[in-house]
Ligand binder design. Structure first.
Ligand SMILES: [Mn+2]
Length: 615
């Protein structure tokens, strides 16, 4: 290159740079102006005087979003969209974001069974074959085989979801699917539904992790099949049975996308499932997000939409359960059902998480085996260590739920699940661990392994207490925040103990020989004057009627009791009667308070420990 040429090049570069500077300054100015406008319109309306406030005084700041009216509304909406994109670009460097085109709807294939998510009916003459095949995976394999791998589904989203606009640039994801002896058709339908219903640009790859399957079709056949798919699909193999956690960690290690999406191997992703998940993470990389998990019937493979009004919780046994979303959370979302829902816990099979955040927040507890408890462990960890856990109501993924697990657990299911849950309790639940142990005394004796690493993580990350979690994330929990007592309630006359006898909500409270083993004989007496056993409370509706176990409502009323430490009576407030052991081995009932021995209940034993703090 000669000198003059070089010089003109330099001049051109300078001009170019000046041009860039001008653009940068101009855009900054524009943003400044927009920011001021935004700040003004979002300024606190609680005093009713902010710009854009409706001016009716005590409207509360919650109304500020609705306060903007008329032409300004549209302008604001546009601003919000730009704002949304800005937020995304703060969390992710521009080069990691991709523009994308939403996937087209999957068209109905005429004549194929199960199209549009309809149930499949097996003809009578195939009943035998159906039964035989059901045993292989514990779902109707024959039905699954009759359905197209590209089956069409209804668009199950709320109408407000369909019109939502997401940022035009989003981070990419890798989908990690772990399987063990999965059926060919369910696994492939999962993969096809991802390919069919995700914006192509946003799925970096699908990573299949085979956890030591024994079925032939999951070997070379699978690798040959996925090679021909229009998306990169990797097949990794653990070699020996490693369990869900270690298999997922292996998959995660190979992820190239910015976000990891974990899915089960028998799912169907629905229209628009991916964008709302990625969008939420793009706005806040510490958000761990789950789709609404719809039900694919294990009997007919019908696609059944699940309620967006349920969230994840757990009981004293640390079983994950779906419960109704409380009004408190509806209010926080301004009554908008399409708005992300803060959930205390996740089911664990299906979720998306920023890849780097997955490791920052402690990935998984590798001391856990096979399956079970890891979802609660992760839920507590996310909340207590500064993340948020959400269900995104605009994202729906179907999952085949089964009554019975088709897998074998080395050493037995109970042993593994007890060990995993005990690790959760020991590391994350502080004093509330005793609810788990008293309900599940067998867990006290399991070998739980070394906890030092996980405890150190909790300390290093300065994670919050379980009390904080119960107060702020899950006030509706079955585990009471403040309680005076946890343990058996013994009658002084007969030395029998209150016993749920394993009965369900609506059934009568029992009484039986005190065995000292916890479980059905464990009750908590709470600051809210409840006598609880797991999610049921002692409940009496008439002065002479039975005392029942009824799902705790936390509203006092029929479930309010006062325990008197001095005369040791347990008095039902509404009826002013006392819990009485009328005759040996009969169910305890209410009777006028006499102070006799058959109304004296002792709550004093080794479990009593939170009394001082609660009083
Ligand atoms: Mn599953």
């Amino acid at each position: 290159m000669t000198r003059p040429e070089e010089k003109s090049k330099v001049v051109e570069m300078l001009r170019c740079r000046r041009q860039t500077c001008k653009i940068i300054i101009a855009t900054s100015l524009i943003w400044c102006v927009l920011d001021i406008l935004l700040l003004m319109s979002y300024s606190d309306c609680s005093n009713g005087v902010g710009f854009g406030c409706s001016g009716n005084g005590g409207g509360g700041s919650g109304n500020s979003h609705n306060a903007a009216v008329g032409g300004k509304k549209g302008a604001l909406q546009a601003l919000r969209q730009i704002r949304g994109q800005e937020e995304v670009e703060e969390a992710y460097p521009r080069q990691k974001l991709k523009t994308y085109t939403p996937a087209k709807s999957v068209k109905k294939t005429k004549g194929m069974p199960g199209e549009m998510g309809k149930p499949v009916n097996i003809p009578k003459e195939m009943e035998e074959e159906k039964k035989r095949k059901f045993k292989i995976n514990q779902f109707n394999l024959l039905a699954s085989e009759m359905i197209s791998l590209n089956r069409s589904l209804q668009d199950v989203r709320l109408s407000t979801c369909k019109s939502k606009v997401y940022a035009s640039l989003l981070p990419t994801t890798s989908v990690v699917i772990v399987f063990h002896n999965e059926a060919w058709t369910t696994l492939l339908r999962t993969i096809h539904s991802i390919i069919n219903r995700s914006p192509r640009e946003l799925v970096e790859e699908i990573i299949l992790v085979d956890d030591a399957s024994e079925h032939d079709h999951l070997g070379q056949d699978l690798e040959d099949y996925v090679r021909k798919l229009p998306l990169p699909v990797k097949v990794l193999r653990t070699g020996t049975r490693s369990g869900l956690i270690r298999a997922r960690l292996l998959g995660a290690k190979h992820v190239k996308g910015s976000v990891i999406t974990f899915l089960d191997a028998h799912c169907e992703c629905t229209e628009g499932w991916l964008e709302p998940l990625l969008s939420e993470i793009a706005k806040n990389r510490k958000a761990v997000v789950c789709p609404v998990i719809d039900v694919i019937s294990d009997e007919s493979f019908e696609y059944i939409t699940a309620s967006d009004m349920t969230w994840g919780g757990f009981n004293w046994k640390l079983n994950f359960r779906w419960y109704r979303v409380p009004q408190r959370e509806m209010d926080r979302r301004g009554g908008d059902r399409s708005h992300p829902l803060h959930t205390p816990a996740m089911a664990g099979g299906l979720f998306s998480i920023d890849r780097d955040y997955f490791y920052e927040i402690g990935s998984y507890d590798e001391g856990m085996d096979i399956w079970g408890g890891e979802n609660l462990e992760m839920s507590f960890r996310i909340w207590q260590c500064g993340g948020i856990l959400e269900i995104i109501p605009c994202s729906h993924v179907g999952h085949v739920f089964r009554d019975k697990s088709p897998y074998t657990f080395p050493g037995g299911v109970a042993k593994i699940v007890n060990k995993n849950a005990a690790r959760v309790a020991e590391v994350w639940m502080d004093e509330w661990r005793d609810f788990y142990y008293s309900m599940n005394p067998g867990a006290r004796n399991v070998e739980i392994g070394d906890l030092s690493e996980r405890r150190k993580f909790r300390e290093d990350m300065k994670c919050k207490s379980f009390r904080w979690y119960l107060e702020n994330v899950y006030p509706e929990s079955q585990m009471p925040l403040d309680y005076f007592f946890l343990g058996e309630i013994r009658n002084d006359a007969t030395h029998n103990c209150l016993d749920t006898m394993g009965r369900k909500s609506g059934e009568e409270l029992g009484l039986s020989y005190c065995h000292g083993m916890g479980g059905n004989q464990v009750f908590a007496y709470t600051k809210r004057q409840q006598v609880m056993s797991d999610d049921n409370c002692l409940d009496a509706s008439q002065p002479d009627g039975p005392v029942k176990l009824v799902r705790c409502h936390g509203m006092g009323g029929n479930q309010a009791w006062v325990y008197n430490k001095l005369d040791r009576t347990l008095r039902h407030i509404n009826t002013a009667r006392c819990l009485t052991n009328l005759r040996e081995n009969g169910n305890p009932r209410l009777a006028p308070c006499t102070g006799e021995e058959n109304q004296q209940w002792s709550m004093a034993d080794k479990f009593k420990w939170q009394a001082d703090k609660a009083e």
